[in-house]
Design a binder for this molecule. Structure first.
Ligand code: PLP
Length: 488
């Protein structure tokens, strides 16, 4: 027996050992026997995540069953194609795994179809874009050929319309307003394969203005109206979005990468649940949904066939071990505990937002309705987002800087800091801890001196920094990460 498991057995009596921790540590020993530095780096990452408070809105802590489902021979299997329709032999067990993940995803979200192969959120968006182009390109040129979809065209016919692809329009939320790079940011492939138009939030309120959106859609007539965000702290009315899409004949695509867990956990219901309103929904599985790193597409049956062709037309071979972990995470998301978890994420975000605002910190839109908030640290403290991010990391908070609408500090330094509660809520933290976090952040940033050169680190009294570190460490002591894993 090697060191990780041996140490565990020495320190933890048999009655207290869990299969998860035993398997985890045995796996580390197995890795270590081949490459000790890799095993030690995994352990070091565990130490880092235990000693820092994770407030990154797009991160979470997946369960040990989710993590362990990924560490096995399923990674060795090729399974291009879809369930029951593979380009490789011997895919029976992958079919079982993928079939379970698909039906659980359909059950969670009440979706007509689920496609669980995308390796990430960005891949899911590419699959969705291509499926929409294939199904819905409607131009006089295609109509004249008398064919329904791009896939019905012969190669010769396709050549005639190929250049039309770049004339198709996607209208998505601007990066500075909280949108994602893949929603038509000028340097992203989404803005290269299509013509991209961006909509912005109202600069005075920071909120989406549906009337302005309607007018812009009317002017632009996009093929795809894309809703969803990475840093918008409010709900989106998807019924209104669908109305706007319908009024101009657009496909409504929703990217719920950030808030899929809040939909699964029934926090976002009625008009705020995208599934009944969108033609096609994409997501990651590792953010609020708390699964393995990966992506997924949910769609109406119109897009099923085109979406299922994602691999090998757009994606590399499926990752069966990750699909197994997705299935485990989906099973967890169907439990009542997950619904309670999702509600607590939002309660915590609201308490944190209130706490920060009471101390005078300016938040975009003046608060939050979801799992995230964006501090305007430039307006509140004269700091750049980068300076605040560095100070907070030194104080043992992991956050990330974020652009704000019309950001005067640009995309690198930024003026905002984005904070989310999914990970701390997984640890079990509640309102009291959120108030403490608000107070530590405020005390720290209040004492920072930005200096004349905003490109440099902000200055802070070392005693203030030390006190903040101690308070974060005290807070974390009550909420250990993966407590059953004993590493020293
Ligand atoms: C995180 C995110 C993505 C990208 O997900 P990856 O898995 O990193 O590719 C896509 N869209 C939105 C809205 C996101 O927040």
């Amino acid at each position: 027996m090697e060191k990780y498991l041996k140490n565990y057995f020495l320190q933890v009596p048999e009655s207290k050992r869990t299969s998860g921790a035993t398997a985890y540590l045995a796996a580390l020993d197995a890795v270590s026997s081949e490459f000790p530095q890799i095993a030690e780096t995994i352990v070091q990452e565990l130490r880092d995540q235990r000693s820092h408070l994770k407030l990154i809105a797009s991160e979470n802590f997946s369960s040990l069953p989710v993590q362990l489902a990924m560490g096995n021979l399923l990674t060795d299997k090729y399974s291009e194609g879809s369930v029951g329709h593979r380009f490789y032999a011997g895919c029976d067990n992958v079919d079982t795994v993928e079939g379970l993940a698909v039906s659980l995803a359909q059950e969670i979200f009440h979706a007509e179809h689920a496609y669980v192969q995308p390796h990430s959120g960005i891949d899911a968006n590419l699959v969705a874009f291509w499926a929409i182009l294939v199904q819905r390109i409607q131009t006089p040129e295609v109509a004249a050929l008398g064919k329904k979809t791009l896939n019905d065209l012969t190669p010769e016919e396709y050549e005639k319309v190929r250049q039309l692809l770049v004339n198709q329009k996607v209208m998505g939320m601007a990066l500075g307003s909280g949108g994602h790079l893949t929603h038509g940011y000028r340097l992203n492939v989404s803005a290269k394969i299509m013509q991209a138009v961006q909509y912005e939030v109202d600069p005075r309120t920071g909120l989406l203005d549906y009337k302005a959106l309607q007018q812009q859609a009317q002017r632009e007539k996009p093929l795809i109206l894309l809703a969803g965000y990475s840093s918008y702290p409010r709900l989106i009315d998807f019924a209104k979005m669908r109305e706007i899409a319908d009024s101009v004949g657009a496909v409504l695509m929703v990217d719920m990468a950030h808030f899929a867990g809040l939909v699964a956990g029934k926090v976002m219901q009625g008009n705020f649940n995208p599934i009944p309103f969108a033609h096609i929904v994409t997501t990651t599985t590792h953010k609020t949904l708390r699964g393995p790193r990966g992506g997924m597409v949910l769609c109406t049956s119109e897009f099923k066939e085109a979406v299922d062709r994602g691999c090998p037309l757009i994606l590399g071979g499926p990752l069966p071990h990750v699909m197994a972990a997705k299935a485990v995470a989906f099973k967890e998301a169907l439990k009542p505990e997950f619904t309670r978890y999702a509600h607590r994420i939002v309660e915590n975000a609201k308490v944190l937002a209130e706490g920060l605002m009471q101390k005078g910190i300016k938040l975009l839109t003046g608060g939050t309705d979801n799992h995230l908030l964006v501090l305007n640290v430039a307006a509140s403290f004269g700091l750049t987002g980068k300076q605040a991010e560095m100070l907070l990391r030194e104080a043992k908070f992991t956050v990330n800087r974020n652009v704000i609408p019309q950001d005067p500090n640009g995309a690198w330094d930024t003026s905002g800091v984005r904070i989310g509660t999914p990970a701390t809520t997984t640890l079990g933290m509640g309102p009291l801890e959120m108030e403490e976090i608000a107070d530590i952040i405020h005390t720290l940033l209040k004492h920072a001196q930005p200096g004349d050169d905003r490109k440099k680190k902000a200055h802070i009294d070392p005693h203030v920094m030390q006190r903040a570190q101690e308070r974060v460490t005290d807070l974390l002591r009550g909420f250990p990460l993966y407590p059953e894993i004993v590493i020293e």
